[in-house]
Design a protein around this ligand. Sequence first.
Ligand code: 13P
Ligand code: SF4
Length: 330
Amino acid sequence: MKKAEWLKTGFANEPISKDIDLKEAIQAFKKEKNAVIMAHYYQTGDIQDIADYVGDSLALAQWAAKTEADIIVLCGVHFMGETAKILSPTKKVLVPDLNAGCSLADSCPAELFEQFVDKHPGYTVISYVNTTAAVKAVTDVVVTSTNAKQIVDSFPKDEKIIFGPDRNLGNYINSITNRNMLLWDGACHVHEQFSVEKIIELKAKYPEADVLAHPECKSTILALADYIGSTAALLKYSMNSDKDTFIVATESGILHEMQKRSPEKTFIPTPPNDSTCACNECSFMRLNTMEKLYNCLKYEYPEIEVDPEVAEKAVKPIQKMLEISEKLGL
Ligand code: 13P
Ligand code: SF4
C-alpha cells in the first residue's frame, strides 16, 4: 500500500517523528547499510554538509564509478542518478525525490535528438551530461562543463560535430575552440534567467568584485564575466583569487561551499531577473530535503533504474569521457 502511494508522489512520503534527530539518523543508516551520500553543489547547505562527497557533475560521475559502497544516494537530479547507475549497475542508486528532473535534459527528447543525429551522417555526437540515458545512448562522447573544452579540442579541427543539448555552452565552446559545431537548441531555465542589467547594477555597487559565470549562461552574461567555468572551476577560482568579493552567476547553492572555503570573502548571488521568484535556485535540485533524504535511506526508495539495453549503449560515451578526463588530469 505504502509503495503504491510513493509511486504517485515520487518519494517515500512517510511522516517522520519530531523526536528523530535527522542528522544522527541519516549517519546511522549510512553506516548500517554501507551507503554513501553524494551531493551536487546546487543542493541546500544542510544536504551538502551531511554528504560524504560534494562536487560538480564530473566529480559525481567519477566518484560513482569508483565507490565501494552498496548504496549510492545521489542528492542531485535524475540524470545524475542515472549516470551513477549506468557506471555502477550492481549498486543500488537512490535519489531523495524522483521528481528532481532537469529543464535542460527535458529540452532534448531522445526521439527528436536521434532523428537530428540520423539527419547528419558523418557527424560525431558530443552530449552534455545533462541528458537522459536514451540521449547518451546515441552519443559518441559525453562531456561536463569541466571538461567540454578539452574533449572538443581532442578532435581534429575539421571534425564535424553535433553538440547538445545546451546552446549556451555549445556557443561558448564554439567561441573558445574556434569551431562551428552544430548545436541542439536547448537551455537551462536557471542559467537563462540571469539579467545583464542586474549584473551591471551589482558591478556599479561593488566595482572591485569579480563576476563569475557558468557557461550555461547566455553569451550576454558571459561577456560580463571575469571568469567562466563549471561549478568546481568557479569554486577553485574564488579560493585562489586575490579578490575578496564575487558576483556569482550560477545556481546559488554553490555559495554555501564558496563561503565555507573562504569565510573572509564576500559572495553575492546574482539576483533573479524577476524579484518575485527565486529563479536563481534550481527548483528541481531544491526538491531534495533532509526529510526526503532520511526516508530515502530508511526505505531504500526511490531507486533509479535504467533499461539494460539503453545502459549498455550509454555507458560507452560516459566511460570515454572518464578515460579522457583521467588522461587530462581532470
Ligand atoms: P556542473 O556540475 O558541471 O558545473 O554543471 C552544473 C549543472 O547545471 C548541473 O546540473
Ligand atoms: Fe538542470 Fe539547470 Fe537545474 Fe542544472 S540548474 S539541474 S541544468 S535545470
